[in-house]
Design a protein around this ligand. Structure first.
Ligand SMILES: O=C(O)CCC(=O)C(=O)O
Ligand SMILES: [Fe+2]
Length: 197
C-alpha cells in the first residue's frame, strides 16, 4: 500500500480493562446524509417502554431491532425484523473494517438533546464473555461516556457523523456506557450497534 491510497484505519484508543477502536469515517458507498435520511425513513421506529418504580414510561429515544436472532435486552425479548439492503451495506463495511462478524442490530434514534441512553453494559449472556460491539453514528454529534465499574474513571468520546467505534475484550465486563441528555440544542442522531448472538 502506498501513501496516496492508504485505507482508512480502525485505530486503537488506549483504555484499561477493555478494548476500544475508532475510525472517524466508516467507508460507505453512499454519503452520510443519504444514509441518515434513509435510516429515518426506512426504520420501523418504536417508542419502547420500560418499568420505572412500578410505572410504565416511554424510553427517551426511539429504537428498532433487526437481524437473525431473537434478543433479550433489559429483561424483555424482542422479535427482530429482517435486515434492509442499506443495513446490510453498513454491516459489510463494519465487518470489513473490523475483521469481525455480526448478525444482529439495534438502532437508536435520539430526536434531540432531550433523548438519552442510561448507563449500561451490553453483557447479555447470548453475546458471549467478551463481546465485540460495532457502533456506527449518523447525524448530530453526541458524547459517548464510559464509566469504570470499580474505579472512579470516566472516558468521554464525541461520536460524530459517519464515525465507527468498536468495543471489545473486557470492556462490557469492566465498564458501563451511556449518552446523557444535553442542555445545548442537538439535532437528530441515529446510532447503530451491530452484535453477534
Ligand atoms: O447511542 C450510542 O452511541 C450508544 C448506544 C448503545 O449503547 C447501545 O445501543 O447499546
Ligand atoms: Fe450499549
Amino acid at each position: 500500500m502506498d501513501l496516496f491510497t492508504a485505507e482508512p484505519e480502525l485505530l486503537p484508543i488506549p483504555i484499561e480493562d477493555g478494548e476500544l477502536y475508532f475510525m472517524q469515517q466508516l467507508p460507505l458507498p453512499v454519503d452520510n446524509a443519504e444514509v441518515m435520511q434513509r435510516l429515518l425513513d426506512e426504520t420501523a421506529w418504536k417508542a419502547e417502554t420500560i418499568f420505572l418504580f412500578g410505572r410504565e414510561v416511554a424510553q427517551p429515544r426511539l429504537s428498532a431491532w433487526y437481524g437473525a436472532a431473537r434478543y433479550t435486552y433489559s429483561g424483555r425479548t424482542f422479535e427482530p425484523l429482517p435486515f434492509t439492503p442499506l443495513q446490510l451495506e453498513i454491516k459489510r463495511a463494519v465487518e470489513a473494517a473490523s475483521g469481525r462478524r455480526f448478525n444482529s442490530l439495534l438502532l437508536n434514534y435520539y430526536r434531540n438533546e432531550q433523548d438519552s441512553m442510561g448507563f449500561h453494559s451490553d453483557d447479555e449472556p447470548e453475546l458471549g464473555p467478551q463481546p465485540a460491539i460495532a457502533s456506527v453514528s449518523f447525524g448530530d454529534t453526541r458524547t459517548f461516556i464510559l464509566k469504570h465499574k470499580k474505579q472512579a474513571k470516566t472516558v468521554k468520546l464525541d461520536l460524530t457523523d459517519g464515525s465507527f467505534l468498536l468495543m471489545a475484550g473486557m470492556l462490557q465486563h469492566c465498564w458501563r456506557h451511556g449518552i446523557n441528555k444535553e442542555r445545548k440544542p442537538r439535532g437528530a442522531r441515529i446510532n447503530l450497534t451491530f452484535r453477534l448472538i
